[in-house]
Design a protein around this ligand. Structure first.
Ligand code: ZN
Length: 261
């Protein structure tokens, strides 16, 4: 019977913790999707309850419902008057040719990841789908991945690199070994040089603390993001843990050019 007061106490402490963070730190989740059972109404309610501001993103690109300017504009229109920032999640590498710069600019910010690409044999690969990935040579895979990230960050007009440093399941357990200091530095340098912020992803709990420390040292900016698939939003626990451990302050964080709502 004592569990309920303890749970209430823990919820209170968590809320208090978030309130304290908010006092000198912009608490924003830049990577939220209205997916599964997470409706617009639930997002409004959840954001109010937690005090975390949301950037709601629509997936734009090949294989997604939003594939052209008119669909992107229709989505923006459907979100008019919302309390959220509105983001384009640019998918695959084809997206740059599928949307006009004028329409891209209507979003508060744009982000992408390096999880979708066409390999040397012309096969389209999505790194999170086990069946599509094969890694015969881990070192070559990593070098190709780093080069691909570099190309994306220097040629695609994005503000945040999300799901950063993600590795496919077959090699994910070797994350710390494969993400060598040299490889991390290359990615960080591309991000800094091209003014692209690096997401701290709550769902995958990436990048590692080691990466974030190095990135901060080299002047990278960060953005918290959940990348939810349903209403199981969590509470940015990994992001806040990294903020505390690495000592991130408001000046380390990404801010969209347009004012926060
Ligand atoms: Zn996403």
């Amino acid at each position: 019977m004592k569990t309920i007061p303890i749970i209430l106490c823990l919820i209170f402490l968590r809320t208090l913790g978030i309130a304290q963070v908010k006092a000198d730190f912009p608490l924003v989740d830049y990577h939220v999707h209205l997916k599964g059972d997470f409706t617009y109404e639930k997002a409004v309610e959840h954001s109010k309850k937690t005090g975390i501001k949301y950037g709601i993103a629509v997936n734009c690109g090949m294989g997604f419902p939003t594939q052209n300017d008119s669909a992107a504009l229709a989505w923006l229109d459907s979100m008019k008057g919302s309390p959220f920032m509105l983001a384009m999640q640019a998918e695959g590498r084809e997206w740059v040719k599928m949307f006009s710069p004028a329409v891209i600019a209507k979003f508060d910010y744009v982000f992408t990841d390096a999880m979708t690409y066409t390999d040397a044999n012309g096969k389209r690969v999505r790194l999170w789908i086990k069946e599509e990935v094969s890694v015969p040579d881990k070192q070559k895979f990593m070098d190709d991945l780093v080069n691909r990230i570099g190309k994306i960050l220097s040629t695609e007009p994005v503000n945040i690199y999300v799901n950063p440093t993600f590795l496919p399941e077959c090699i994910a357990h070797e994350y710390d070994k494969l993400w060598t200091r040299e490889r991390m530095l290359k990615v960080i340098e591309f991000a800094v040089k091209n003014h692209v912020a690096i997401e701290i992803n709550n769902r995958y709990r990436i990048p590692s603390e080691r990466f974030i420390v190095l990135a901060k040292k080299h002047g990278a900016k960060f953005a918290f993001g959940t990348n939810n698939t349903d209403s199981n939003m969590g509470d940015l626990d990994y992001c806040l843990l990294m903020k505390k451990k690495v000592g991130l302050t408001a000046s380390d964080m990404f801010a969209p050019k347009k004012k926060l709502k």
